[in-house]
Design a protein around this ligand. Structure first.
Ligand code: AMP
Length: 283
């Protein structure tokens, strides 16, 4: 496995790889890897000649009061996991390498990025789309894998690719959970044992919501969200949002909605966790 720290090294490698006709698969991450990340890597490995994983805690997607400084990092562990999963290139730049000090250009998606995490974290998606756009230019992937753990992010990136004609196929990958149902996240490591067991209420509440929606249809969506808030609050969570939106538009589901994204963001202690269920609308 080759490790690159500079953009120039990655771009030169990618150009050469493309010239030789090889398929490049990209998996962008912020590191502190877990089985969720590795499922994306395995998907990429199965489809690509060359797999590039990026490890970059992207400062532009964190708000001023968020956890940028304490975001968990363990380069040696990440490196070992990538080696074990057959990754070809690990790109791990410093923030100063990725952004010029007077960088002043952004990629911003202004529709799908508005609700949910976009409403709670105003700088978030602009930072994500900008860094992912930069990584696409540098790594020149044929395809890139994104997890449905961050479903809205995945849809925003699909829209960015469509609108700005990036020549990359986005492969959405299933959300991976721990055995007890908690969605895997690098941030789970912030949770105390007590918070972690209380946080299982998120998945429980969303599953209950899914079941009700499947039985009764989207007419009961508001009640489903209210009930989920109750369940999570009773377990000690501070709910940022529980909302059900049309997956295609990220707006309240109308008559033509085919799939609802039932999504939650919840604080346990100071840790903000997100989770979701994608629920097919039956007619
Ligand atoms: P992150 O390092 O949290 O920015 O995540 C990097 C990529 O891994 C994103 O595409 C995430 O959606 C994906 N990812 C993170 N956690 C999971 C999970 N539990 N299941 C599936 N994909 C995940």
């Amino acid at each position: 496995m080759i490790i690159f720290r500079t953009k120039a090294e990655l771009a030169a490698f990618a150009s050469e790889t493309r010239r030789s006709g090889k398929i490049i698969g990209l998996v962008p991450t912020m590191g502190y890897l877990h089985a969720g990340h590795m499922s994306l890597v395995d998907t990429a490995r199965a489809k690509a000649d060359v797999v590039i994983v990026t490890l970059f805690v992207n400062p532009t997607q964190f708000g001023p009061t968020e956890d940028l400084d304490r975001y968990p990092r363990d380069f040696e562990r990440d490196k070992k996991m990538c080696e074990e999963h057959g990754v070809d290139v690990l790109f791990a730049p410093e923030a100063g390498e990725m952004y010029a000090a007077d960088s002043s250009t952004w990629i911003e998606e202004l529709d799908l990025a508005k609700p949910l995490c976009g409403a709670s974290r105003p700088a978030f998606y602009r930072g994500v789309t900008t860094v992912v756009g930069k990584l696409f230019h540098l790594a020149q992937p044929d395809f890139a894998c994104f997890g449905l753990k961050d479903a809205q992010q995945c849809f925003v990136i699909e829209r960015m690719v469509r609108d700005l004609d990036f020549q990359v196929k986005i492969i959405p990958c299933p959300l991976v959970r721990d055995d007890d149902g908690l969605a895997l996240s690098s941030r789970n490591r912030y949770l105390s044992a007590d918070e972690r067991s209380r946080a299982l209420s998120i998945h429980r509440a969303l599953l209950e919501g899914r079941k009700t929606l499947e039985e009764k249809g989207i007419a009961v969506l508001d009640d489903v969200c209210k009930k989920a808030v109750e369940v999570i609050t009773a377990a000690g969570g501070r709910v940022d949002y529980v909302e059900g939106l049309d997956r295609a538009t990220m707006k309240a589901p109308g008559a033509d909605c085919r799939e609802v994204l039932l999504a939650a963001a919840v604080f346990f202690g100071t840790t903000r966790l997100i989770d979701n269920e994608l629920v097919e609308v039956k007619r």
